[in-house]
Design a protein around this ligand. Structure first.
Ligand code: SF4
Ligand code: SF4
Length: 358
C-alpha cells in the first residue's frame, strides 16, 4: 500500500491562534481601504481591481457600445412589425446585447448593477419561464466567513451534496456537484486513496468521511491567474466569479490545489420546477456554457444571515459555518479549542475550512 506523507498533505496545528490572527489582520487591512464591493480603484486595496489591464478592456468595450447602440436602434425599427413571439425574440436579443456590453461587476455603479439584475431576471423568465429574485447583497462589515468540519461526526450520507445542488442550481444533466465526499479507510488520510464515488450503505465499517469543496482560501491562487479578473476575493472572504466576465480559459481550475472549480462544457440544465428562485448575482444564478463555477459558501443565503445549505442539511451536525471575526461564534470556539488541521497547509493558500475530531 502506498505510504502516505502525512505532513505534506495535511498540516496539523496544535493551535489555530496564529492563523486566526493572520486572517483577522488581513480582514482589517481590507476594510481600512474600501470595505465593500464598490468600484474602489485605490491601488492599496487588495480587493480593488487592477485598473491597468481592465481599463483597456473597458475602453475597448466602450468603443463597441457605439456599435451596440446603432444595432439596437436597427433592431427596434425592425421589430415594430413583429408578432408577439418575434417581439420577445427581439427583446431577448436586446437584453443579450446589453448584457454583453456591461462592465465587470466590480466596476459597475449600483445603478448599473440594478439594471443588469433586472435584465437577468427577465432573461430567465424568457428562457426558463421562471422569474427569479437576484440579489446583489454586499459583504457585511466585520465579517470573515469560515467553516469547520467534524470528521468524527460525518457519516457520509451526502445530504449536504444534495442540498448544495438544489440551492445552487447546478447542472442536472452532468450531475455537477461542488461538494465531494471522500470515504477514507481508518488510519489513512490520503485523498488519493479515498473513494468519492461510493454507492453502498453508509457508514461503512472501518471508514470515515471527509467532505471537500471550495475552501475560500485567504491566499487563493485561482484569482491571481485569471487573465480577465473575472474571479476575486470579496471583503467577507468569499471567492466569487463574475460569470458574464469569465472567458472560460480554465486557468483558475488548474491553479486550484483542491479541485474545487467546475466548468460548464455545455449549457447547464435545471428543470424549471427545480430552479431555486432566491439567487445572488455572484452565486447561484443560472450559468451558461463556457463558464466556471464553484461553491461560494452559499452567498445567496449567508449574506442574508442564513446558514449555507450544506450546513443546514447535515443530519449529524458535522458542519459548522460562522464568522471568524465574531469571538462568540461556535466556529471561533472550535478553532480555539479543538485540534484542527487544514488540507495542504504547506502551500500557504490559507483555506478558511478546518477539519477536526472530537
Ligand atoms: S479552494 Fe480552490 S477555488 Fe476555492 S479559493 Fe481556494 S484555490 Fe480558489
Ligand atoms: S475560467 Fe474564467 S474565472 Fe477562471 S481564469 Fe479563466 S476567465 Fe478567469
Amino acid at each position: 500500500m502506498k505510504k502516505f506523507n502525512f505532513r505534506s498533505f495535511f498540516g496539523f496545528e496544535s493551535s489555530a491562534t496564529n492563523e486566526l490572527n493572520y486572517l483577522k489582520n488581513k480582514a482589517e487591512k481590507s476594510s481600512d481601504s474600501c470595505g465593500g464591493n464598490c468600484s474602489c480603484e485605490d491601488p492599496k486595496d487588495e480587493n480593488a481591481i487592477d485598473t491597468g489591464a481592465l481599463n483597456k478592456t473597458v475602453n475597448r468595450r466602450e468603443a463597441l457600445k457605439f456599435i451596440r447602440n446603432t444595432a439596437t436602434a436597427g433592431a427596434a425599427l425592425a421589430s415594430s412589425s413583429f408578432s408577439f413571439g418575434k417581439e420577445e425574440k427581439a427583446e431577448r436579443a436586446g437584453i443579450k446585447m446589453d448584457e454583453y456590453f456591461k462592465s465587470n461587476y466590480r466596476l459597475m455603479t449600483d445603478k448599473e448593477r440594478e439594471a443588469s439584475i433586472e435584465r437577468l431576471e427577465r432573461l430567465s423568465e424568457i428562457d426558463h419561464g421562471v422569474r427569479p429574485e437576484i440579489k446583489g447583497t454586499k459583504a457585511q462589515p466585520n465579517t470573515l466567513y469560515g467553516y469547520a468540519f467534524n470528521i468524527s461526526k460525518c457519516q457520509g450520507y451526502g445530504d449536504c451534496i444534495e442540498a448544495c445542488v438544489e440551492e445552487n442550481n447546478q447542472d442536472r444533466k452532468t450531475n455537477m456537484q461542488y461538494i465531494r465526499m471522500f470515504e477514507m479507510e481508518n488510519g489513512h488520510l490520503d485523498l488519493e486513496e479515498g473513494k468519492a464515488d461510493y454507492t453502498h450503505m453508509v457508514p461503512a465499517e472501518g471508514h470515515f468521511y471527509l467532505g471537500t469543496q471550495c475552501f475560500q482560501c485567504a491566499n487563493p491562487p485561482c484569482t491571481t491567474v485569471c487573465p480577465v479578473q473575472a474571479t476575486w476575493q470579496e471583503p467577507d472572504g468569499i471567492v466569487v466569479i463574475d460569470y458574464d466576465w469569465c472567458v472560460g480559459c480554465r486557468y483558475c481550475e488548474a491553479a486550484c490545489p483542491y479541485w474545487a472549480r467546475r466548468f460548464n462544457w455545455n449549457e447547464p440544465e435545471v428543470p424549471a420546477k427545480e430552479i431555486n428562485k432566491e439567487q445572488h448575482y455572484l452565486g447561484n444564478r443560472l450559468r451558461t456554457k463556457g463558464t466556471m463555477e464553484k461553491c461560494t459558501f452559499c452567498i445567496s443565503r449567508t449574506r442574508e444571515g442564513l446558514q449555507p445549505a450544506c450546513a443546514e442539511a447535515c443530519p449529524t451536525g458535522a458542519r459548522t459555518f460562522g464568522n471568524i471575526l465574531d469571538p462568540d461564534s461556535e466556529l471561533n470556539y472550535i478553532l480555539k479549542n479543538k485540534k484542527v488541521f487544514r488540507l495542504k497547509e504547506d502551500l500557504g493558500t490559507e483555506p478558511k475550512f478546518w477539519y477536526y475530531m472530537d
